[in-house]
Write a protein that binds this ligand. Structure first.
Ligand SMILES: Nc1nc2c(c(=O)[nH]1)N[C@H]1C(S)=C(S)[C@@H](COP(=O)(O)O)O[C@H]1N2
Ligand SMILES: [Mo]
Length: 534
């Protein structure tokens, strides 16, 4: 093989040009880098599965740890943008982004390794260290957090080193190489790739089968409620095609949280501690909780990140233990105005003490729409306080309630720039027809929902174009803590039209037309849709 070739000269059969060599280096280097990273990711999954199988704790694959760390580090506007762009899929989008980044960077590192092996392996090791640091920033650090990262970093470095050296030393390259060695090398590359795929996905499946509370959840026997609510009358839901049901099915209920993987909290190990500025700290187990008189309560939950007309609002019949008696049992000391709620996954949410003690149905919920709380909605227990946005009231996987003051500390979202106090703002939404719909002239039933949680909805009005506001038909109210559905038979004439909705809350206050962004305490402004009538 010639050691150099004049650029542009015709290559003899059996030799290669610089350009060709460079292409091989890029291809082979990139491939080796990718393979090394794939093995690293797979081994990380394997490490997480091993710790789930043999060591208790919270196993976490390194890429997931990096994702969670990225969520922690990203500013409020970015999280907000992610929720807006990807909605409930924001976590999978982030994880996809992380994997793409790993792929691109590792391919480049593989190319670099052909000339500067030490620097490249150093970079690969640095990546492992990032995973390790991410692991140690997790709220719950144990074997299952650092072990997978260590394993992943080590495997990446080893595979990069091994394959790079082999591909350079052995006679594997055409045309001069030895066909047997080349075959062996290619088979090894293919085997490594296949091994990483099978090992990675296999470990993920193993992890998912080990690290799951689904069986424990299925075993929960919900007790007979001390307070059972009558069925909501059918008239709470206007019978309009495509209008969502009065109660949002659990599977359709919006989900907003920072958890990359849904926390798996074993109800047998779950404990809720109530402490801080109290006379008698209280600890209750899940069994204790189920033995308390549980009450049903209908409540609409809304996210502060919900934009005008947005989907982050759901209504459910919850079952849970009233929180106020528990706080009284603990004896809240004078001056304590905030409950700092902490979840199993380290989320902190500051809830006003006053809201819990003023008579509203604040609860520790264990069931949702007649089913044991779904894992993604906080199993085994979540908090709910009517009238407040989720980020200041609805801690999922809650394990700790510390009585403190707003002056002394802030919860996660508040330290990100959201308001300390956040009552749900009055809002209304047109759900049918959808915006942009093409309709036929005649009677068109317009319908939607309106909420002013804990104040109730007293009226809904619809406006066509710049016309007068006309009263819509309100469906039967459930409680002031739930949304209210409405409908309006519109005599539609041909042309393009704008339909706008507004509502009046139970105190007689009209929804504000002032347009405000979600940050810092919830969006306002009227929801409008555009339709074409032909
Ligand atoms: N542990 C935990 N609880 C949490 C959150 C979170 O990120 N982590 N997000 C809160 C927010 S912002 C909202 S709006 C509600 C959403 O509850 P859902 O996902 O059951 O609809 O949960 C709240 N509780
Ligand atoms: Mo939220």
């Amino acid at each position: 093989m010639p050691s150099s070739q004049e650029p542009g000269t015709e290559a003899d059969p059996g030799t290669e040009t610089n350009a060709e060599r460079r292409r091989v280096a890029w291809l082979l280097g990139g491939l080796i880098g990718l393979l090394a990273a794939a093995v690293g990711v797979a081994v990380g999954e394997l490490g997480a599965a091993i710790s789930a199988e043999f060591v208790s704790g919270t196993p976490i694959a390194p890429a997931v740890a990096v994702g969670e760390w990225a969520i922690d580090l990203s500013p409020a506007w970015l999280k907000e943008q992610a929720i807006r762009t990807f909605g409930t899929h924001d976590k999978s989008a982030l994880l996809t982004g992380i994997y793409i980044t790993i792929a691109v960077v590792s391919a480049l590192v593989g190319v670099l390794a052909r000339r500067h092996l030490r620097i490249a392996t150093g970079l690969a090791a640095a990546f492992g260290v990032v995973g390790l640091i991410a692991a140690f920033t997790r709220p719950v650090v144990g074997f299952g957090t650092w072990f997978p990262a260590l394993l992943a970093g080590g495997a990446t470095v080893a595979v990069l080193w091994w394959l790079t050296i082999w591909s350079q030393q052995a006679q594997v390259r055409k045309p001069a190489g030895d066909p047997a060695q080349r075959r062996h090398f290619l088979v090894t590359l293919g085997g490594t790739g296949a091994g990483a795929l099978v090992g990675g996905f296999g470990s993920r499946a193993w992890l998912n089968s080990r690290y799951t509370v689904a069986p424990a959840r299925a075993n929960v026997v919900l007790p007979e409620p001390a307070v059972r609510l009558p069925e909501v009358p059918a008239s709470a839901h206007p019978d309009v095609p495509d209008l969502e049901p009065f109660f949002t099915p659990n599977a359709q209920f919006y989900r907003v949280d920072t958890a990359m993987t849904v926390p798996q909290v074993d109800p047998r190990e779950w404990m809720l501690r109530i402490h801080g500025m109290v006379d008698r700290p209280v600890s209750i187990s899940f069994e204790d909780l189920l033995r308390m008189p549980l009450e049903e309560h209908d409540l609409t939950l809304t996210c502060v990140s919900n934009t005008i007309g947005g989907p982050y609002c759901g209504n459910a019949r919850w079952l849970g233990a009233p929180l106020a008696p528990l706080l009284r049992r603990a004896g809240v000391r004078a001056g304590a105005d905030q409950i700092m709620c902490t979840s199993f996954d380290g989320m902190t949410i500051g809830t006003p003490v006053e809201a819990v003690l003023d008579g509203r149905q604040a609860m520790l919920a264990v069931a949702m729409n007649g089913q044991t709380l779904p894992v993604e909605h906080g199993f085994p227990c979540r908090m709910l306080v009517p009238g407040l946005y989720g980020y200041v009231s609805a801690t999922k996987w809650v394990v700790d309630l510390k009585l403190t003051t707003f002056a002394a500390e802030s919860g996660f979202w508040v330290s990100e720039g959201w308001s300390q106090q956040a009552p749900v703002k009055t809002a209304s939404r047109i759900d049918v027809p959808g915006t942009g719909a093409s309709l036929t002239a005649g009677t068109i039933v317009v319908a939607g929902v309106a909420w002013a949680t804990h104040r109730g909805v007293a009226g809904v009005e619809v406006q066509v174009d710049k016309g007068p506001w006309v009263t819509a038909n309100l469906a039967t109210a459930d409680t002031p803590d739930t949304w209210r559905q409405w409908s309006y038979p519109w005599q539609a004439t041909k042309g393009s039209h704008t339909l706008t909705v507004r509502c009046t809350d139970g105190t007689g206050t009209l929804e504000t037309p002032v347009i405000q962004d979600t940050l810092p305490d919830g969006a306002t402004g009227y929801h409008s849709i555009q339709v074409t009538v032909g």
